[in-house]
Design a protein around this ligand. Structure first.
Ligand code: PLP
Length: 435
């Protein structure tokens, strides 16, 4: 296959390395997990992106999830342009804030009140503070392999044993902060019960990705989320669904609403901004009313509820309701999974709705937690990723991430990718056997 041209991207990356730490504004973009240098994306259009060297890729990263309608959807761009022409920011109340709150409340049954912020990180950080403020408790239970943004209390991973202190997963997070975050394996109810028993009346909330995406796609085991709902209620702790990825990804609502599970708080981001920087958190009114200025839990933002971001988000949500692209996206990711799972002996493709991860797992058993996905061959994934790029497919640059099908992908895009992915996997297997 012809090698991609990379001269312009490499030059940009070299310049970026001089001025931006690691050359990037978010670590995973540096391609450290897959090797090679990142292509610099110059523009996007529907399901395709084009880099600074003129290479064209079918994009399955979709800006890590927001672009459910594809790149530069004309109605979303038009809505953002129209809002921008009326003023980029007011730092004052504006009509679109009310429209967004009404839209979210109408699409998500348990979102009685909602507050807009600027990122998923901010949404989670604020929901955690609110949970602590409302319950008067300090500790939070999270799950190994789930990512909830980069606020201090969420950058904590499991210690050496369940009951040992959580370990800060970044320098700069104090041991005091890490000590207040307890970490259980995903899909392990017994572990959560043990943590509640050992921290009686101290746990403010349990936070979970209801479908885990940040260790690659790991589905909740049957009854896992229902049991968490029950345990949190019995112990006076709040239950937080982090739906920054899953919100509006699997249907025109949250995963909680689809699964019939009612968390106390839900965090949102990505799709509800249509590609603009947005987050939100919301839930029961009696909880949300503890936020300032009504209550004593402080939370604020100069650009929160920004009119341009909300216009793009509202256009996206309206289109989703009008066009319901979900069945088509589900079918497409199922086709990719079927091709890999029926025909590749060494890889497993997990899929749900329009999300999928191709695990270089050497096994056909769906992973159930971080320990399982860690068994994947990351060196093989790096080779797979790089060959996919050379073949014109841009995948999320890490084994432990999701890929996304958008409403803009065509059946041909999917068939081409599935066959190309299979051919690359088979070739890698052959090379591995020869070694
Ligand atoms: N929560 C989840 C589940 C996420 O996947 C992410 C980011 O990928 C975040 C929170 C943080 O969102 P952001 O990157 O917008 O701060």
């Amino acid at each position: 296959m012809p090698k991609r041209k990379t001269k312009h991207s490499e030059k940009l990356f070299a310049e970026a390395l001089q001025l931006i730490p690691g050359g990037v504004n978010s670590p995973v973009r540096a391609f450290n997990s897959v090797g090679g240098k990142p292509p610099y994306i110059a523009h996007g259009d529907g399901a395709t992106i084009h880099d600074a060297d003129g290479n064209r890729y079918i994009d399955f990263c979709g800006s890590w999830g927001p672009l459910l309608l594809g790149h530069a959807h004309p109605r979303v761009v038009e809505a953002a342009n129209a809002a921008a022409a009326k003023g980029l920011s007011f730092g004052a109340c504006s009509p679109l804030e009310v429209e967004m709150a009404e839209t979210l409340a109408s699409m998500v049954p348990n979102l009685e009140k909602v507050r807009m912020v600027n990122s998923g990180t901010e949404a989670v950080m604020s929901a955690i503070r609110l949970a602590r403020g409302v319950t008067g408790r300090n500790k939070i239970i999270k799950f190994d392999g789930c990512y909830h943004g980069h606020s201090d209390s969420m950058l904590v991973s499991a210690g050496s044993g369940l009951l040992t202190r959580g370990v800060a997963s970044s320098k700069g997070v104090t041991s005091g902060t890490a000590a207040d975050t307890l970490v259980a394996p995903y899909n392990d109810i017994a572990a959560v019960e043990t943590l509640f028993d050992a921290n009686m009346d101290e746990v403010a909330a349990v936070i979970v990705e209801p479908v885990a995406g940040n260790m690659g796609l790991v589905k909740p085991a049957k009854g896992f989320l229902e049991s968490l709902r029950k345990i949190t209620a019995e112990n006076g702790a709040l239950f937080i669904f982090d739906e920054v990825i899953t919100g509006f990804r699997l249907g025109p609502t949250t995963y909680g609403a689809i699964a019939g599970i009612e968390p106390d708080l839900t965090t949102l981001g990505k799709i509800i901004g249509g590609g603009m920087p947005v987050g939100a958190f919301g839930g029961r009114a009696d909880i949300m009313d503890n936020l300032a200025p009504k209550g004593d839990v402080y939370q604020a933002g100069t650009l929160s509820g920004n009119p341009v971001a909300l216009a793009a988000g509202l256009a996206t949500l309206n289109i989703l309701q009008e066009e319901n692209p979900y069945p088509q996206m589900k079918e497409m990711s199922a086709e990719i999974a079927k091709t890999i799972n029926d025909r590749a002996s060494n890889a497993y493709c997990a899929n749900l709705g329009g999300m999928f991860t191709i695990f270089m797992s050497g096994s056909k058993t769906p992973p159930k937690n971080l320990d399982d996905v860690k068994k994947c061959d990351t060196a093989a994934f790096a080779k797979f990723h790089s060959a996919a790029l050379d073949s014109g497919f841009y995948l999320s640059p890490s084994q432990f991430e999701l890929n996304f099908v958008s409403a803009a992908h065509s059946p041909n895009d999917i068939a081409d990718f599935a066959e190309a992915a299979l051919a690359i996997i088979e070739k890698l297997e052959l090379q591995a056997k020869r070694q």
